[in-house]
Write a protein that binds this ligand. Structure first.
Ligand SMILES: Cc1ncc(C[n+]2csc(CCOP(=O)(O)OP(=O)(O)O)c2C)c(N)n1
Ligand SMILES: [Mg+2]
Length: 367
């Protein structure tokens, strides 16, 4: 837990590690129902993660990127958006996109290799982006187009610490600063880009400070404190939505946090990081902290927590049943959704595929 990364000027923290409100901090104005819903979604995210990893281990799913530890950043930020604001996610935002009505079953379907799980028709959310940082210029372009159309929507783009080394990060943020787009750039700094530590990603003291170079505000937040994340995102939403009629302004948020698990189920983090480091971060578990706070405030008790636990277990079990009982996709789907007009090279591959399909049949091909 390097203190080097701490930004003394902008860092926002509300709950301490025991879920107590820090001296001088103000809790954002959220009603009890919304606080409980945030807690429920974080618990749902954690449970979903555990079941998804276990499905992968049982051979029932392909590679999966777990997000345990990052629930506070995802849920706290997503709750600060309006229903028609957009989310442009990376590949790890399962809990954030849930807030945009992307069902857990669809998320599972996608990671089970079925592209139909990534179809976001009609929802203000982009499909998961696996290529690092490519979603950032897309998000800026969407926000710019929306501004030109005089809408008052906000475009929230999520990415990791590793993405900040890509040219796309620079291009997307630079353009947003010059053209005053209604953008929030939300960096989930989870300390690692697979096996590359944050210190090897940038020589900047913080990621938040990079915003200065683009001419807009950067703020660092305790990303494992959902209330602090909600607060900084609300402030950023206001600047982007701009109720006073001035130009919208983008914000870069650096949410300092940790992924408890592997980068994906194909990764073994024990070869590059110590258990001791993981344990230190687990002491700041966002779910425990919010739960302690809500118990202390009399908003949650054992009984309500038990009901929530039962409900989320059922919800995840139903999503797994739904994903596993969906009829298998047409294998020719791998040739769709990328090009509007298929290039000759891909057409040749599809023709070769169709010949194989005629010879062997779909079932044998999918095996
Ligand atoms: C353009 C591109 N280069 C490399 C990769 C391989 N890759 C997959 S994940 C990853 C690290 C990303 O780290 P970070 O941005 O911190 O996100 P995190 O996985 O920690 O959420 C890399 C290099 C990729 N997917 N896309
Ligand atoms: Mg990372």
């Amino acid at each position: 837990m390097s203190t080097l990364q701490r930004d003394p000027d902008t860092r926002v923290e509300i709950l301490d590690e025991d879920g107590r409100v820090r001296d001088g901090a103000t809790v954002p104005d959220l009603d009890d129902a919304e606080l409980v819903e945030m807690y429920r979604e974080m618990r749902l995210g954690r449970h979903f993660d555990q079941r998804a990893v276990s499905l992968q281990r049982q051979g029932r799913m392909g590679t999966f990127p777990p997000m345990s530890g990052q629930e506070g950043a995802q849920v706290g930020s997503a709750h600060a958006l309006r229903d028609d604001d957009w989310i442009i996610p990376s590949y790890r935002e399962h809990a954030a996109v849930y807030g945009k009505d992307v069902g857990l079953a669809e998320t599972l379907q996608y990671w089970m290799g079925d592209e139909r799980g990534n179809q976001m028709d009609g929802k203000p959310v982009f499909p998961a982006a696996v290529p690092i940082a490519t979603q950032i210029p897309h998000a800026t372009g969407l926000a710019w187009a929306s501004k030109l159309k005089d809408e008052d929507r906000v475009f929230m783009c999520y990415f990791g610490d590793g993405a900040t080394s890509e040219g796309d990060f620079h291009e997307g943020l630079n353009f947003a600063g010059v053209f005053d787009t209604p953008s929030i750039f939300f960096c989930n700094n989870n300390q690692w880009a697979i096996s590359v530590p944050r210190e090897r990603q940038t020589a900047s003291q913080t990621i938040a400070q990079k915003a200065t170079a683009y001419g807009f505000d950067g703020v660092q937040v305790d990303g494992m404190d959902p209330l602090a994340v909600y607060k900084v995102t609300r402030d950023a939403v206001e600047k982007a939505r701009n109720p006073d009629g001035d130009a919208p302004r983008p914000t870069l948020i650096e949410a300092v946090q940790y992924r408890f698990g592997a980068h994906t189920t194909a990764d073994d983090p024990s070869v590059y990081r110590d258990d001791e480091e993981v344990e230190q971060w687990k002491d700041r578990d966002p779910i425990d902290r919010l739960e302690k706070y809500l118990r202390e405030e009399g908003i949650l008790d054992d009984e309500r927590i038990e009901t929530i636990t039962d409900e989320i277990e059922d919800e995840v079990a139903d999503a797994i049943d739904a994903a596993e009982s969906t009829e298998r996709p047409d294998p020719a789907g791998i040739f769709q959704h990328v090009f509007d007009q298929q290039p000759a090279r891909i057409a040749e591959q599809q023709a070769a595929f169709e010949r194989l399909r005629d010879r062997h049949g779909d079932e044998e091909l999918l095996e």
